[in-house]
Design a protein. Structure first.
Length: 364
């Protein structure tokens, strides 16, 4: 775990945990695509529990492709964020200025079966990371939070003042909520901490090049990758969970956000760290502000792909809410960010990625 040369010791760096995953890799791409980010080196830590690396390769597939596309180097460490000693060495080897913390387990259903694994990875891992940050004097953090912290909406759209932590349906959701509470406590304990907790709504789609995208292991839990795999012929039909919700057509409504818009939200968040007056804990929604039903997403995907998506209605999925969408005003105000891509773009790019790579990164 040595830096590659003396220069890399000095250059300011951004540490990206979980940077080989879906949102992390698109954020790394977004940072490296921009000329204004060249001032930073990118250091990725990922244990590859949910990222793919081809045999014989040193770097995971998405990072290798990003390097190819941008011509820029990414420092990659295969490491679990619970490995304090390992993290310590990485902080000692790079001039890390801030951290974007994506690394977590994220399958809601699995978290109900394996709560300890989820609390271990998502909470203990996060605390270990924070300890190492503090020990190295790094106090700037962007955290991957989720609209799941709001639980069952009391009113829509959801703004950041909506209560969090009430009636959460899974250990996964609680782990995101607990981490937010831990970060609030950190900010109270020491004014040097600056934390931006980005509450994502439903990230979907892929980089417009079609070269990186979402590559779930096993049968997808989420709607868009499931639809894409039906369209490409890997799965037989979509099971629509519930058609009796009080929504436009009875199916669940969500605020889908293009992963490139989401990634750009992180780039904007990092810029806030330049303002010395900006401090403390800030929760910010990243969503479009518009909700679409399951059937509206299916119809949009069929239009984008020219394929029919077979589906059948079934019972509601435990823990699902009827509708969920963001008030994105704070992101506009604080980050000068708004989602630029609509549902047709999300479906087009999800299809572009899926149709070029029916088996995800294994096809790269
Ligand atoms: P992902 O699984 O694709 O990426 C997470 C990455 O973290 C993976 O590459 C995985 O290998 C790595 N990882 C997991 N545990 C680790 C550990 N202990 N040490 C080191 N690396 C580890 O997931 P994603 O969709 O990119 O999500 C990224 C973050 O965003 C997560 O924190 C997730 O909770 C949050 N989030 C995701 C969504 C979503 O729908 N995708 C929505 C809201 C919030
Ligand atoms: C969307 C809609 C389903 C699959 C999850 C997490 C949340 C956050 C985002 C991380 C719902 C319906 C789905 C299927 C279906 N992740 N659906 N058939 O549940 O809104 O949010 O991802 O933080 O915490 O819970 O997303 O994509 O699973 O579902 O009918 O096979 O599609 O019922 O209405 P969800 P989703």
């Amino acid at each position: 775990m040595k830096p590659q040369n003396a220069e890399s010791i000095m250059a300011p760096a951004i540490l990206v945990t979980g940077g080989a995953g879906y949102v992390g890799s698109h954020t790394v791409m977004s940072m490296l695509e921009r000329s204004e980010s060249v001032e930073f080196e990118i250091v990725v830590v990922d244990n590859l529990s949910n990222a793919y690396r081809s045999e014989g390769q040193k770097k995971p597939a998405p990072l290798r492709i990003i390097e190819e596309m941008t011509g820029k180097n990414i420092h990659f460490y295969e490491l679990d964020i619970r490995d304090k000693e390992g993290l310590d060495k990485i902080f000692a080897a790079h001039n890390i200025e801030c951290v974007i913390h994506f690394a977590a387990l994220k399958a809601v259903g699995e978290s109900v079966e394996k709560p300890l694994e989820y609390y271990q990875a998502n909470i203990s891992g996060t605390c270990t990371l924070f300890e190492v940050m503090r020990d190295h004097g790094v106090y700037k953090l962007v955290y991957s939070s989720s609209c799941t912290v709001y639980g069952e909406p009391e009113k829509l759209p959801l703004d950041e003042s909506h209560p969090t932590g009430r009636g959460l349906a899974s250990p996964y959701g609680r782990s995101k909520y607990f981490c937010e509470e831990i970060m609030k406590d950190l900010c109270k304990s020491d004014p040097k901490w600056v934390v931006i907790s980005l509450r994502y709504f439903n990230p979907v789609g892929a980089h417009h090049s079609g070269r990186i995208g979402e590559d779930p292991t096993g049968i997808p839990n989420n709607l868009m990758p499931f639809i894409a795999q039906v369209a490409v012929g890997r799965l037989k039909e979509l099971v629509v969970f519930g058609d009796d919700y009080p929504t436009i057509d009875g199916t669940g409504v969500r605020d889908y956000i293009h992963v490139e818009d989401l990634a750009e939200g992180h780039v904007k968040a990092i810029k806030l760290f330049k303002d010395p007056a900006f401090s403390g804990f800030h929760a910010i929604n990243l969503g479009t502000g518009t909700g679409y039903s399951v059937l509206q997403v299916v119809a949009a995907f069929e239009r984008a792909s020219g394929r029919r998506v077979a589906r059948r209605a079934a019972a509601r999925r435990a823990g699902d809410v009827a509708a969920n969408y963001a008030d994105a005003a704070r992101a506009r105000r604080l980050l000068a960010w708004r989602a630029a891509r609509g549902l047709p773009d999300m479906c087009r790019d999800a299809w572009n990625w899926q149709s070029r790579h029916p088996h995800g990164f294994r096809d790269c």
